[in-house]
Design a protein. Sequence first.
Length: 129
Amino acid sequence: MSRGKSASPLAKVRGLGSAGEGGEHWLYERFTSVALVLLSVWFIGALIMLPDLGQATLVEWLASPLGAVPMALFVVTSFAHGLDGLKVVVDDYVHEEGSRIGWHFVLNIIAIAGASFALFGLAKIAFGA
C-alpha cells in the first residue's frame, strides 16, 4: 500500500497504490525470453552444423556435454516461460479465486510433468540407455 510522499491525499486514505509485484514478474519474463532467443539460435545453428539429421547423429550430439547441457537449459527455460505466460492468461481471464488456484495447480502439474519427461529422455540419451 502506497502511503508515501508521492501519493495523493485520496490515495493515502484509500490505501491505493502499487502492489509491488509487477517489476519482478516483468524482468523474469524478459530474462526467459532473451534466454530462449539465445538458446534457439544455438539450437538452430547446432542442427545446421551437424553432418546429417539421422537418429544416430542426433543421439551422438545429445550425448556430448555441448549438446546435452544447453538442451537441458532450453527445456527448463521453455517450460518455465510457457508456464509463466499461461498463468498470466489465467490471472487475466479467470475471476473466481478458487478456479484460479485450481488452474494454477493444473498448469504447474502439467509443466513439471512435461519438463520431467523431457529431461528424463535427455538424461537417458546423455548417460546411455
